[in-house]
Design a protein around this ligand. Structure first.
Ligand SMILES: Nc1ncnc2c1ncn2[C@@H]1O[C@H](COP(=O)(O)OP(=O)(O)OP(=O)(O)O)[C@@H](O)[C@H]1O
Ligand SMILES: [Ca+2]
Length: 650
């Protein structure tokens, strides 16, 4: 099935789970299952070869040639990247994943001529890098009819499979306890410095031990023990400068950022501290910081318990990422996952929102995601949250506006019809009112650009109602405008209220007694209609900011909104002044125009008063449910489950 997609700044939304975009964007939590959103170009900055640390800038001269040639062979053959030398000279170009590129570039610095080295031996079998095993390898046939098995992978894992190393004199030395401790310490110190550690090892086999025919080769397990350690390198992932700020913005917006990576726990910890995911060293301990293996070993209940506390998971497998997403979703969280590799696909798919990376992301990752981050930058995730919240808030604004208009019109007409058999707002007028609120209102309110205020809000829970208590309060307060009119209709308090003037007494006060009864009634109804429309026009400003006092903030920047308000007023004037026949209205004097606008503008101070009334965070619907469930025993039984469900979310 072809996915619809559209590009929004640096993100591209793909339409397979489009509806799930809304919940995420308002609340939730970003779980990065890749470090790539964080970093720029990786480079090898530390290396341990021949049992000692070497200078990565000037390492060629101090190394024995056999070690260099084996390393170069491994780097050139055991890679998914490549090196391109432009014809006629110029800088060489390396391609591949960031890790591959860094290692290839280091190989070039060691004197590797990529094409020449690859032509010298032939690959007989390959085991592509695998996130589960954290290593990748090739078997290459070398000219002396030997087969070299080259492995490259997570340092401490590969180190465990090594039994010897080549020393300065090119002789094979057994890896004794001291040397293993030395290497482990080196890995720890590199990881603490936020370096990604990769080991390169090899093993020589006799040609006869490798199967010849294709079929046998297909099922052949390349030897992965008794390896000779060639090098351990530390790759630096420089953090993008804006990542820390973006993480802080997420935290402020109530979005918890977690890092789940295949990297070593210490590397992950150092990077998390650098990016602000972990605030201090005190934070960096279990269960905030956990290894994939430990998380995997927990029972399902235990996983549910610790999942919420986890900030960083290191050495995770693709399945750990999936388990964490599942646990968090079970806990009622809305989960967004970022990922690049094929290994991230299950987690991306399982998440409420999957965000794949546009540049580094594999096709599989992109296919499993809802949003593609075109610039591979975490700051764009913040943009997604901002825009998503804005869409959600705009829908809420529109709903509130529509409800106010509809309920007000309905109440006016129903009460009037019941009390006097006469409807002040006729069908054509209601059609016009509908046009204002449906088409023009939607255009005006739904196009409000995102504001910083959106990022200060707390997230909206998965089961929170779309119409919040604040919206109900704003709606009810606006209904106070037609109340005087209704009171008159109901023959109560008619002396004091504004719209009173417009009905029974209105004809007298508006000096319409000398006019024909029919004309006087039409003038009164026109005034009601005009005042009603102006109330809605002014209320459209209130609808922009349901929870802020200053409803005019940034209004001039939204040209479309201003244009629509102007256009609506213009159309209203045209209707009243020239299209009376059509809407059964009459022309109004300037005094009555002032009265209409005056009544309409009451909507502004009313909204301010309304916002001073505090509302509870608990949805009104829940109060009703509890009242009903306490009254009806059977209802209580039925509601039990869902109420408990809600409590868990809150
Ligand atoms: N091309 C590679 N060759 C060998 N080892 C690699 C390679 N890429 C990564 N590794 C090793 O595997 C670890 C990362 O594993 P994995 O790719 O599963 O993690 P990830 O979370 O997907 O990482 P990323 O942040 O790069 O997306 C690294 O710490 C490194 O030691
Ligand atoms: Ca990855």
């Amino acid at each position: 099935m072809e996915k619809k997609s559209f590009v929004l700044g640096d993100v591209k939304l793909t339409g397979c789970k489009g509806s799930s975009l809304l919940p995420f964007v308002t609340h939730g939590l970003v779980l990065r299952s890749t470090k790539r959103l964080w970093v720029l170009i990786m480079t090898v900055v530390e290396a341990y070869i021949c049992g000692k640390k070497i200078d990565t800038q000037n390492n060629k001269s101090e190394l024995p040639s056999k070690v260099v040639s084996l390393l170069i062979e491994g780097i050139a053959q055991n890679t998914t990247g490549s090196v391109f030398t432009p014809e006629g000279g110029g800088n060489i170009e390396v391609s591949g994943s960031p890790t591959e590129k860094a290692i290839l570039q280091w190989g070039v610095n060691l004197g590797m001529d990529f094409d020449v080295v690859r032509a010298e031996s032939s690959v007989v079998h390959a085991f592509p890098f695998n996130s589960e095993k954290k290593r990748g390898g090739v078997a290459v046939k070398v000219p002396n009819s030997e087969v070299h098995i080259h492995w490259k992978g997570a340092a401490e894992i590969l180190l465990d499979a090594c039994t010897s190393y080549l020393d300065d004199n090119e002789s094979l030395v057994a890896l004794d306890g001291d040397k293993v401790r030395y290497y482990k310490k080196a890995i720890e110190s590199m990881a603490a410095g936020s370096l990604r550690c990769v080991a390169i090892a090899y093993r020589a086999c006799k040609g006869e031990t490798v199967p010849n025919d294709e079929e046998e080769l297909g099922i052949w397990q390349m030897p992965e023990d008794d390896l000779v350690l060639l090098a351990i390198v530390g790759l630096k992932d420089p953090c993008r400068s804006n990542v820390r700020d973006a993480v802080q913005l997420c935290i402020k917006a109530g979005v918890k950022v977690r890092m789940v990576t295949g990297d070593n726990l210490q590397t992950a910890r150092a990077i998390a501290l650098e990016c602000g995911i972990l605030e201090s060293n005190a934070d960096a301990k279990e269960p905030n910081l956990i290894e994939g293996k430990a998380f995997r070993a927990l029972s399902e209940e235990q996983r549910l318990e610790v999942a919420e506390k986890i900030s960083v998971m290191g050495r995770s497998s693709p399945n750990d990422k999936l388990l964490l997403v599942q646990a968090l979703r079970k806990k009622g969280h809305v989960v967004a996952v970022t990922g690049d590799g094929t290994n991230d696909a299950p987690a991306l798919h399982e998440a409420d929102i999957g965000l794949a990376m546009g540049i580094q992301g594999t096709e599989v990752a992109k296919e499993s995601s809802d949003i593609i981050i075109l610039d591979d930058n975490f700051a764009s995730v913040v943009k997604v949250v901002r825009w998503g919240r804005s869409v959600y808030a705009n829908i809420q604004k529109f709903i509130q506006f529509q409800l106010t208009v509809n309920v007000a019109a309905l109440v006016i007409n129903v009460v009037a019809a019941i009390s006097s058999g006469d409807v002040p707002l006729n069908a054509v007028q209601l059609l016009w009112v509908n046009l204002i609120m449906d088409t023009l209102g939607a255009l005006a309110l739904a196009t409000e650009p995102p504001t910083d205020h959106l990022m200060d809000r707390t997230p909206v829970g998965r089961r929170e109602p779309l119409i919040t208590n604040i919206m109900w309060r704003n709606l009810l307060i606006q209904l106070l405008i037609p109340i005087p009119y209704l009171c008159v209709k109901l023959q109560a308090l008619y002396q004091v209220m504004v719209l009173n003037v417009l009905n029974f007494e209105g004809i007298k006060i508006l000096n319409l007694e000398h006019e024909s009864n029919e004309h006087a009634k039409k003038t009164k109804n026109t005034l009601i209609f005009n005042a009603f429309v102006f109330s809605q026009i002014f209320n459209e400003f209130n609808a922009r900011k349901p929870d802020e006092m200053n409803v005019f903030k940034g209004v001039t920047k939204n040209r479309l909104f201003m244009g629509i308000i102007g256009f609506t007023i213009l159309l209203q004037v045209i209707i009243i002044m020239f299209l009376g026949k059509f809407t059964t209205t009459v022309r109004l004097s300037w005094q009555l125009w002032l009265v209409s606008v005056g009544i309409g503008i009451i909507s502004w101070p009313l909204a301010v008063v309304g916002k001073l009334i505090p509302v509870s965070r608990r949805p009104f619907s829940e109060y009703f449910s509890s009242i009903i469930s306490s009254c009806i025993p059977s209802h209580r039984r039925n509601m039990g489950g869902s109420l408990r469900g809600n409590e868990e979310v809150l």
